[in-house]
Design a binder for this molecule. Sequence first.
Ligand SMILES: [Cu+2]
Length: 336
Amino acid sequence: MFRRRVLPIVGGCVFLLCMSQQVMAHTSTRADSHAPIGVMGDHTHKAGEFMTSYRYMRMDMPQNYSGSKELSVAQVHDQFIVSPVDMQMDMHMVGMMYAPTDELTMMLMIPYVHKTMLHRRRTDDKQFRTDSRGIGDIKLSGMFSLKEWTNQNIHLNFGVSFPSGSINETDRTLLGPDRNLPYPMQLGSGTYDLLPGITYRDYTEDWSWGAQASTVLRTHKNRHDYVLGNRYEFTTWLARKWQDWLSTSVRLDYQAWGNINGADSRLNPVLVQTANSDLQGGQRIDLLFGINLMGQEAKSTDHRMSFEFGFPVYQHLNGPQLGVGWQGTFGWQKAF
Ligand SMILES: [Cu+2]
C-alpha cells in the first residue's frame, strides 16, 4: 500500500520541483509562507510581530489493529471482555505568537479537547459510550532562528508541555458510574514534557517545501505512577503557490510513540485494551493534502485560512489498538 500510494506522489512532486528553476526571495505575503496548518511551530516572526490563531482538529479512529493487521471486534473479544469500536477526538486550539527579536519567536498553545469512545461488550454485544472533555496540556515554545539565506531558513524549536490536562477523567463504564477512564480517554499526560525540534524551509518563485523533526520527551512519572511513551515525528511537505493568496500542499508525516511505562492502579488491564499500558505504542505514516488562503487587501494582509485533510498510508500498532481512519484541521491566523 505504501509503495503503491506514496511513491508515485513523492516522485511526481520532486520532478515538478526540479522543473521549477526560478528563484525568488520569499516574502511573508504569500500563502505558502506558512506550512500546512497541521504543522506546529513551522514559522518565525520579525521583531515586534504578534499573531493569534485558532485551529479545529478532528481525528476519527474506527478500526482495531494488531501490528498492521485489521482486527474485528469479535477478534478483540477473544482477548478482552470489552472492545473499543470507534473513537473520535475533537480539539479546539487557541494559539498566540510573539517575537521579541528577529531571532526568537515565542508561542503559547491552549487546547480544549473532547474525546468520545464507543465500546461493545462481549457478554451481550451491547454498546456503550464514554466521553471526556476539558482543557488539554498547555504548551509554551520558542523558535530560535539558526540561519536565514535568501530563500531558505532553518530554526530550532524548543518547548515545554505543562500538565494542565486532567488524568482523572471519569464516566459510566462496564464497572458502574464515575469509574476512571483508560489512558487514551484522559486529556493530558500528567507530566512536564520537553518539546525539542528543528525546522527547515526552502522557497522558489512558485514552490516551497520544508521539513521538521520534532519530539515529545517525558521527564518523570505522573502522580498516578505512569508515564506516556516518548513521541518522535518527522514531516516533510511540498506546496505550490498558484497565486499569492492561494497555495496547495501535499505532506508526509511519520510518527512513532512508545508504550506507557508503569501503570495507573485505578485501571484493570485485563478488562479492556485501552487500560493496558503495553498496548499503547505504535507508528504511523500519514499522507495529507492542504490548502492555504491568505488575504491580499491592505486591511486583510496576514489574515489566513487553511485546511488540511489526511489519512494513514501505513500504521503498525501494539494491538489490539484503535488506528486512525482520517484526520482534518481547519485553521485561522491573523498577524499584527
Ligand atoms: Cu505565527
